[in-house]
Design a protein. Structure first.
Length: 559
C-alpha cells in the first residue's frame, strides 16, 4: 500500500506545500535588510540570487536521471547489483529529496544565524550564496515530486503536473499562515521555520515518493478529487488573505484558521484510501495487470513498433518531424540530445517571454502600485493574491490541456499559444494606467504566468520522454530568470530611472511604466508566435498521443 502511486501523490502534495520558501521572501526581507545594513540595491541583488536558485534546477534533474539509470540497471542485472546501486534504486526519488533537505536547512539556517547576529555579518557575495543554496533546494523537491508524478500518471500528465505545481504555488501562502498563527511579528523566527519545517517534512515523507510499477492508471476520478481539494485550499486561502487585510485577527482566530487549513491539507489521505480500495476491488476481478502496458518501456517511453502500426502509413510515419524522435526511438532523449532539436529552443524562447515577463511583473508590482497611487493595503493585497492567481494558472492549464488533448485532440502547445496571447492583453492593461488596472492586469498576468509552469514540464515529458525529464525541464526553466533579468533590469529599471526625478529618484504617474509594459506586451506576443511554431511542428506527434490513448482504452476493454 505504501508503494502505491496514490500514497506517493499525497506525500508529494504535502512536501510541495512546504517547500516554496522563495515565494515568501517579502516576509523576512525587511529584517534581512536592517540586520545586514543593506540598501535597496543590495537587497535586490540578494533577491536575484534567490530567483536564480529557485529556477536553475539542472543539478536536481541530473541527480534524478542518475538515480533512474541505477534503478533500471538494477532491474536488468539484479544479481550483480552493488549495495550502492541497491540504495539508489530503493525509492529512487528519496536521494533527490535528501539533497534538497540538506540545502534547505544549510541555506536558511546560515541566513538565520546572520540575521540574529550569532555569526559575524557575512559579506554580500556570501549572503547571496546562502540565499542561492536555500532557494536551490526548492528545485530538488519539485523535480523529485513532479517527475515521479508524471511517471505514475503518464496518461494524465497535464492534470498531475497542474496539481503538483499548483500546491507549490500555494506553498508561500501556506507557510505564511503557519507563521501568522505561531510566530507573527518575529520574521527572524520565520527564517528558522523555513530551515526546519520543509527539511523535516521532506525527510519524513521522502521514502513514500516512489514510482509505481503497476499499470493502474485509469482512475481519473480520484485525480479529479485531488484537483477539487487543491481548488478548495486555494479558495480558503484567498478568503483568509482578504479578511486578514480587512480585519485584525486575534490569536485564537489565527490558530483556528490554521487548524482548518491543516484539515483541508490532510483530506488527500482519504482520497488515496478510496483509490486503493477501488484498485483492490478491480484487482480482485482480475482486471489489472501486474506490470505496465506493453506500449511502455521500463522508463515510460513509447515503443516504436506499436506507434508505427497506430500511425497508419509507414512512409508517412518516417516523414515525421525529426525533432520528435520519441516517435521513432525507444530511448528517451538526454538534455544534450534535446538541445539539438528545434522544439527545445522554441520551448525555451516561449518560456523566456512568458515566465520572464510574469516574474518581472510581480517583482515590480509594488513600485507600479506606488506610481499609480495605490494604498499600502491595496498593494499588499495584490501581492498576497498573486499566489492564488498563480495557482489557478498552474492547476487550470494542466487540467484543461488534458481535456482538450484527450477529448478534442488539440495539441497541448495550443494552450500555450492562447495563454501567452492573453498575457499580452494583461500587460497592455497594466500599461494603460486606468483606475483599478492593476487588479485586472495582475489577475490576467498571474493566471497566464502560472499556466506556463504546468504546460512546459508536461510538454517536455511528452516530446523528450520522462527518462531525463527533470534535467530537460529544469534547463528550460532557466529561461525564467534570464527573461526576468532582461525585462526587469534592461527594460523596466532602465526606463523607470529615465522617468524618475527628485531627491529620492522616484516616479509618479502612468508614464513611469507605460512604455515598459507595452514593450513587455510585444515580447509576450512574440512568445505566442514562437509557441505557434511549436504547435504546428508537433501536431503529428499529438495526433499519435491521442491514438495511443485510444489503444490503451481498447486494451482495458479487452481485459
Amino acid at each position: 500500500m505504501l508503494s502505491s502511486k496514490w500514497i506517493t501523490t499525497v506525500a508529494s502534495i504535502w512536501i510541495q506545500c512546504t517547500c516554496g520558501g522563495s515565494y515568501a521572501f517579502g516576509v523576512y526581507s525587511s529584517v534581512l535588510k536592517s540586520s545586514q545594513s543593506y540598501d535597496q540595491a543590495t537587497l535586490d541583488t540578494v533577491s536575484v540570487f534567490k530567483d536564480i536558485g529557485a529556477n536553475a534546477g539542472v543539478l536536481s534533474g541530473l541527480l534524478y536521471s542518475a538515480v533512474a539509470v541505477h534503478r533500471r540497471r538494477r532491474r536488468r542485472d539484479s544479481h550483480q547489483a552493488s549495495s550502492v546501486s541497491y540504495l539508489l534504486s530503493f525509492g529512487g526519488p528519496w536521494v533527490v529529496h535528501v539533497a534538497g533537505a540538506i540545502q534547505c536547512f544549510a541555506g536558511y539556517f546560515l541566513i538565520w544565524l546572520s540575521v540574529t547576529g550569532v555569526i559575524h555579518r557575512p559579506a554580500v557575495p556570501l549572503m547571496c550564496l546562502f540565499m542561492f543554496i536555500a532557494a536551490h533546494a526548492q528545485t530538488f523537491f519539485n523535480t523529485a515530486n513532479v517527475v515521479t508524478a508524471v511517471q505514475n500518471f503518464p496518461d494524465y500528465g497535464g492534470t498531475i503536473v497542474g496539481i503538483m505545481k499548483g500546491f507549490l504555488g500555494l506553498s508561500g501562502a501556506v507557510l505564511i499562515q503557519v507563521y501568522d498563527a505561531l510566530f507573527e511579528g518575529n520574521p527572524s523566527i520565520f527564517i528558522l521555520m523555513l530551515a526546519l519545517l520543509p527539511t523535516f517534512i521532506s525527510l519524513l515523507l521522502m521514502c513514500l515518493v516512489r514510482i509505481d510499477e503497476r499499470d493502474t492508471q485509469g482512475n481519473k476520478k480520484q485525480l479529479n478529487r485531488f484537483s477539487t481539494v487543491a481548488l478548495l485550499v486555494a479558495a480558503y486561502l484567498m478568503i483568509v488573505i482578504i479578511l486578514e487585510n480587512i480585519f485584525t485577527f486575534p490569536l485564537w482566530a489565527r490558530i483556528a484558521t490554521l487548524i482548518l487549513l491543516l484539515l483541508l491539507l490532510a483530506s488527500p489521505l482519504g482520497i488515496a484510501a478510496n483509490a486503493l480500495k477501488d484498485e483492490s476491488e478491480i484487482s480482485s476481478q482480475g482486471l489489472v495487470s501486474s506490470e505496465r502496458s506493453p506500449l511502455l518501456s521500463d522508463n515510460g517511453s513509447l515503443q516504436s513498433e506499436r506507434w508505427s502500426s497506430a500511425a497508419g502509413d509507414p512512409k508517412e510515419h518516417h516523414a515525421a518531424d525529426e525533432d520528435t524522435p520519441m516517435l521513432q526511438d525507444e530511448e528517451d532523449l538526454n538534455v544534450v540530445q534535446a538541445m539539438r532539436t528545434g522544439n527545445f529552443w522554441l520551448l525555451f524562447i516561449a518560456m523566456a517571454c512568458g515566465m520572464g515577463s510574469g516574474l518581472a511583473t510581480i517583482n515590480n508590482i509594488s513600485q507600479i502600485g506606488e506610481s499609480l497611487g495605490y494604498t499600502t493595503v491595496e498593494i499588499n493585497t495584490l501581492v498576497s493574491l498573486w499566489s492564488i492567481w498563480n495557482f489557478l494558472g498552474r492547476f487550470g492549464a494542466g487540467y484543461v490541456s488534458d481535456i482538450l488533448l484527450h477529448r478534442r485532440g488539440w495539441a497541448r502547445p495550443l494552450l500555450m499559444v492562447i495563454t501567452l496571447a492573453t498575457m499580452t492583453i494583461g500587460h497592455v492593461i497594466i500599461a494603460s494606467g486606468f483606475a483599478g488596472n492593476l487588479y485586472v492586469g495582475s489577475v490576467i498576468v498571474g493566471v497566464c504566468y502560472g499556466s506556463q509552469w504546468s504546460l512546459m514540464p508536461t510538454i517536455t515529458s511528452e516530446l523528450f520522454g520522462v527518462g531525463h525529464m527533470g534535467t530537460i525541464f529544469n534547463t528550460i526553466a532557466i529561461a525564467s530568470p534570464v527573461g526576468s533579468y532582461l525585462l526587469s533590469v534592461r527594460v523596466i529599471g532602465y526606463i523607470y530611472d529615465k522617468e524618475a526625478s527628485g531627491k529620492q529618484n522616484s516616479c509618479s504617474g502612468t508614464h513611469c511604466f507605460m512604455l515598459s509594459f507595452l514593450i513587455i506586451g510585444c515580447v509576450t506576443l512574440f512568445g505566442s508566435l514562437v509557441a505557434s511554431a511549436l504547435f504546428f511542428r508537433t501536431k503529428r506527434f499529438y495526433k499519435l498521443v491521442v491514438l495511443r490513448r485510444l489503444n490503451l482504452s481498447l486494451q482495458d476493454d479487452d481485459r
